[in-house]
Write a protein that binds this ligand. Structure first.
Ligand SMILES: NC(=O)C1=CN([C@@H]2O[C@H](COP(=O)(O)OP(=O)(O)OC[C@H]3O[C@@H](n4cnc5c(N)ncnc54)[C@H](OP(=O)(O)O)[C@@H]3O)[C@@H](O)[C@H]2O)[C@H](O)CC1
Ligand SMILES: [K+]
Length: 493
């Protein structure tokens, strides 16, 4: 799914109206109906609803939704906030259509706010994608009042006060909804962890905006939903043999961190690699042989750390980093690896920390190497950023400059391609913020590269499957109890 900016959404709206053709009032009706369909799926008529409307088209949606919910038998109160004389045409039209059906209460002053009970559902239709400046005055007071209520809050399209495609200031007044029901496409703002409290659970409803216009509009931002994730699966042919699926090499582990080698290796085998060799220091010999009999071993001469690069010619993809530490001899191994490698590569964890401390190695990274930092590792690698929008820009520039694929791990993990395109992942949950979860991803990615997925597809698909396995694990074990091994046990596609 593509993610468009506010200007592009406006253009999409206008194009649909002109080319379908459909009147803008009818499009608003269709959007409102889509919201109501979602709503009645979640709530029954025993709930009473309070709708707070601005005077633009978001407010117009609120008025249309009020009418439709009232017709379905919901008890509805409608409040229009009189912060301006300017009203959109479709707002006006929907206000007229309400007359006789429902009484509208105008709010002129901050001290005249309606009481909100905990069993009431509040619908936020104050401002939508037309937000052009920080909220202040009466509107700000209404938002504070809504946020103070204990009932469920649902924002139409986007929380009022939240920008669609740029960062808000920390001091901005923004609705904190439990749900956002957004039209047609997810919004960039939803992908930023800093906005979590201003999105709640968000849901996309189809309002029939022009599909071809969406396809043809250029945007660097995508959302890997189920169809996009599944479309990347490579089928395993009937006549394939283990050679078809490649021979992966993972360099991982040191004394006290051998678990990282076990986790990444097991995940690699569970992700379809034909063969796997793990290069570990000598202390890992028995651990790996016993815990993972399916893997072959390459044993480093050093007892505790990786100090020598194995011969590389038989491998089809290489993963390095989990638990390797940053000893000078290990740094040299990474350096030699970068000199010699001619197969796809993924660098993670300590591998990334080594790159941060030895920036000359970054220039040696082969084209389309996958780097999979969490936010702290990325900061060490690329520097500070003031907010998550800025961090994303920094990552896009880093990916383009160094010709690498970056997996910026987080709530909506961002996979950033060498051309700067960003694919936000849809799967995964907070239970995955647990030790070893990243090592599992490294194993998955190494396996996919060994199976000849392109680095771009490997990154998007690997992150998607990692999250999906995490979701299955959370379902079976709960987010609290799940551990990285559970993610591995739930892999499979
Ligand atoms: N394409 C779609 O997805 C459809 C969306 N619909 C709904 O329409 C809104 C967008 O409507 P729009 O009228 O463009 O914008 P808003 O409703 O958000 O309101 C804009 C008006 O509010 C003023 N404004 C902006 N920021 C502030 C502020 N901080 N304080 C006060 N007033 C503000 C703005 O005035 P300007 O001075 O900037 O001109 C506008 O007057 C979208 O979110 C959907 O809900 C359609 O219903 C269907 C298709
Ligand atoms: K809103």
């Amino acid at each position: 799914m593509k993610i468009l900016n506010a200007g592009q959404i406006r253009a999409l709206d206008a194009y649909t109206i002109k080319n379908e053709p459909i009147s803008s009032a009818d499009l608003m009706e269709r959007a409102s109906q889509a919201f109501v369909n979602w709503f009645i799926n979640c709530f029954d008529v025993s709930k009473s609803v309070s709708i707070f409307c601005g005077k633009g088209n978001n407010g117009g949606d609120g008025l249309a939704i009020a009418r439709l919910l009232h017709a379905k038998g919901f008890q509805v109160r409608v409040f229009v906030i009189e912060y301006t004389d300017k009203e959109s045409d479709d707002f006006k039209q929907n206000l007229e259509r309400l007359a006789g059906n429902l009484q509208v209460q105008s709010i002129y002053e901050s001290h005249a706010m309606p009481e909100l009970h905990s069993d009431q559902i509040i619908i936020d239709a104050l401002l939508g994608s037309g937000l052009s400046r920080p909220v202040a005055g009466l509107l700000g007071d209404v938002i504070e009042h809504v946020n103070g209520a204990t009932g469920i809050i649902i924002s139409i399209d986007i929380a009022s006060g939240l920008y669609v495609d740029k960062p808000n200031e920390k001091s901005d007044t923004i609705v904190k909804p439990d749900h956002t029901v957004t039209f047609q496409l997810p919004k960039l703002a939803f992908m930023m962890p800093q906005n979590a409290e201003f999105t709640g659970d968000w849901h996309v409803v189809d309002i029939g905006l022009d599909k071809r216009f969406i396809e043809e509009t250029l945007s660097p931002y995508y959302y890997t939903d189920k169809p996009a994730g599944e479309a990347l699966t490579k089928k395993r042919g009937k006549f394939s043999h283990k050679g078809t699926f490649g021979h992966a090499l993972i360099l991982a582990g040191r004394y006290g961190k051998m678990g990282a080698a076990v986790l990444s290796s097991r995940a690699c085998l569970r992700s379809g690699a034909g063969l796997l060799t793990v290069h570990v220091p000598e202390c890992g010999y028995e651990i790996l042989q016993i815990s993972l009999p399916e893997a072959m071993l390459s044993i480093d001469p050093n007892q505790r750390n990786i100090t020598e690069l194995p011969e590389l010619s038989s491998y089809s993809a290489i993963g390095i980093g989990p638990g390797i530490g940053q000893e000078p001899l290990t740094v040299r191994v990474l350096d030699e690896l970068l000199e010699q490698i001619s197969t796809p590569l993924i660098v993670d964890a300590d591998g990334l920390n080594i790159l941060s401390k030895h920036p000359d190695l970054i220039d040696k990274l082969p084209e389309k190497t996958i780097l999979s930092p969490h936010p702290k590792e990325f900061q060490r690698l690329a520097g500070d950023s003031a907010n998550e929008f800025e961090r994303l820009e920094l990552a896009r520039n880093f990916a383009k400059k160094h010709n690498v694929v970056i997996i910026l791990k987080g709530a909506y993990t961002a996979v950033i391609l060498t051309n700067g395109d960003v694919h936000f992942n849809s799967t995964g949950n907070a239970g995955m913020a647990t030790g070893g979860s990243g090592d599992v991803l490294t194993g998955i990615l190494t396996a996919l590269l060994a199976q000849k997925y392109t680095p771009e597809d490997a990154a998007i698909f690997g992150v998607y499957q990692h999250g999906l396995a995490g979701d299955r694990a959370a379902e079976r074990k709960t987010k609290t109890a799940m551990i990285a091994s559970d993610i591995i046990e739930n892999l499979g596609w």
